[in-house]
Design a protein around this ligand. Structure first.
Ligand code: AHR
Length: 501
């Protein structure tokens, strides 16, 4: 029996809605087919965007979308993606399958998509193969409402009003695909490039994100911060609002990552243990950030995370198309709880990627669309968005797993309270085989209304286009409301969300 103590009186920080963000790259079938099918497609669409996909993302309450990459961002030249579609330049997508990119989805289409979804915008600029002028002009094109060459060009291309860029990334993975730079070299470039990311609208300042580390590379974090803070007044925060971090959960090696759907219980625990390593990573990078930014003004932006497996057999290796099972659902559930608990530092996170790529929330096949188990986690957790994290402690947790190196707790949780006083509690049972009785106790709350939903299935279950509802969020009613809380048995391999008033 486990006991979950929740002290709803002790609010620990604000959970930014952006923690539930997503990432969309010109990679495989993410943008083309997944989102954008063009106005003339037989697939029902609005201005080229799939209606089914947009409706599902609205229902999931997608708060922010990152675009156009990824590695693609550092070879993307935005002017190729504006103006009449028939004259847009075609290019080779060298990173992802060497396919022809016809640039029919560009800046205008991205903003159209975000408007339809009702989400914030996160644009990633090109440092690796771009120029300061190119980046600066893109910002002017998107955000300047006055008289200027780029604002005029935007108007000529059919958009009178400036758009709102909420977040702007100055390069992506510049330690790797974004130019193979050293941290001090990038740090200096960051200082220079970000200078020209102008805030044309003072009331809507752009949140500038500096390229951070890959996984455990604390050397990068230290050196970039050192470079960006050098001779910079403390209050200038190293000239950045956010610093990114990328971490993928890869069960085996990068050469052979393992199958998305065929795995053993041992692989299951290994994967979940690697997902939980996020907690350590955030602590390690945050410790360095604390040295430069003790007031935590700079957000840690985990703008790429999720599982990365071998591609589905028979699909283009450059398209990174993988299925999503209950194992992915647990990875998402655990990771989002970790982000919630680090909401003092983690201000945004963007799972990779939105559709048909890596740990996608949606898969498509021609006109067909399915929601993955990962989708349902985001749907169940959406009530944490903009709520306050509250203190929670799980007592009686067991260490489980077949391999001593990859042991995990059997239960993991986070809890928040929103402005209406409604609590959201999300709990994961990581055991593939054992259910667990759980008693939740609140500090003061005597619940008057409790609803819950659950995602549970066998560990390798997933949805197909033929059977899209194998794994599905369902109402959960097998709980008792007690004097001080809630008592229930948590099935093996499950994620439960409670809403408590
Ligand atoms: O998400 C796929 C790729 O992973 C991104 O393009 C890159 O930033 C990362 O290496």
């Amino acid at each position: 029996m486990a006991k979950l103590y929740i002290n709803e009186k002790n609010k620990l920080g604000h959970i930014n809605e952006e923690i539930y963000g997503n990432f969309s790259e010109h990679l495989g079938r993410c943008i083309y087919e997944g989102i954008y099918v063009g106005e003339n497609s037989e697939i029902p669409n609005t201005n080229g965007m799939r209606n089914d996909v947009v409706a599902a993302l609205r229902e999931m309450k997608l708060p922010v979308l990152r675009w156009p990459g990824g590695c693609f961002a550092d070879e993307y030249h935005w002017k190729d993606g504006i103006g009449p579609k028939e004259t847009r330049k075609k290019m080779v997508n060298t990173h992802w399958g060497g396919v022809t990119e016809d640039n029919s989805f560009g800046t205008h289409e991205f903003f159209e998509l975000c408007e339809q979804i009702g989400c914030k915008t996160y644009i990633n600029g090109n440092v690796g193969s771009g120029t300061v002028q190119e980046m600066s002009e893109w910002v002017e094109y998107m955000t300047f409402d006055g008289v200027s060459p780029m604002a005029e060009l935007r108007r000529k291309n059919g958009h009178e009003k400036a758009w709102k860029v909420d977040y702007f990334g100055v390069g992506n993975e510049n330690w790797g695909c974004g130019g193979n730079m050293t941290p001090s070299y990038y740090g200096n470039l960051y200082r220079r490039f970000q200078t020209y990311v102008r805030n044309y609208n003072q009331e809507q300042p752009i949140y500038k994100i500096c390229c951070g580390a890959n996984a455990g590379d604390t050397y990068w974090t230290e050196e970039v911060l050192k470079t960006c803070f050098e001779n910079t007044p403390k209050q200038a925060h190293g000239l950045m609002d956010g610093l990114s971090l990328h971490y993928y959960t890869v069960p085996d090696t990068w050469e052979d990552k393992g199958s998305a759907t065929e795995f053993t219980a041992k692989d299951w625990y290994k994967t979940l243990s690697k997902a939980l390593y996020l907690d350590t990573l955030i602590k390690n990078h945050a410790t360095i950030m604390d040295k430069y930014d003790p007031d935590k003004k700079i957000g840690l932006i985990v703008d790429e995370w999720g599982t990365w497996f071998n591609v589905e057999p028979g699909t283009n290796p450059g398209f990174l198309y993988q299925q999503s099972t209950m194992r992915d659902a647990l990875v998402a559930g655990l990771s989002l709880n970790v982000f919630n608990k680090h909401c003092d530092r983690v201000k945004m996170a963007n799972i990779a990627q939105l559709i048909n790529v890596l740990q996608a929330v949606i898969l498509t096949d021609g006109p067909r669309m399915l929601l993955t188990p990962t989708y349902y986690i985001f749907h169940m957790y959406k009530y944490h968005q903009n709520a306050e994290l509250v203190e929670s402690y799980m007592d009686g947790v067991k260490e489980i797993g077949e391999d001593m190196e990859f042991r995990v707790p059997n239960l993991q949780e986070s809890a928040s309270i929103d402005e209406t006083g409604t609590m959201t509690i999300t709990i994961n049972n990581l055991s593939v085989s054992d259910s667990e009785p759980v008693d939740i106790s609140f500090a003061e709350c005597k619940p008057s209304s409790v609803t819950a939903s659950i995602l549970t299935q066998k560990m390798d279950a997933y949805n197909t286009f033929e059977n899209p509802d194998t794994v599905k969020e369902e109402a959960f009613t097998a709980f008792q409301v007690t004097e001080k809380g809630i008592s229930f048995v948590m099935p093996a391999c499950s994620v439960i969300q409670f809403r408590v008033k």
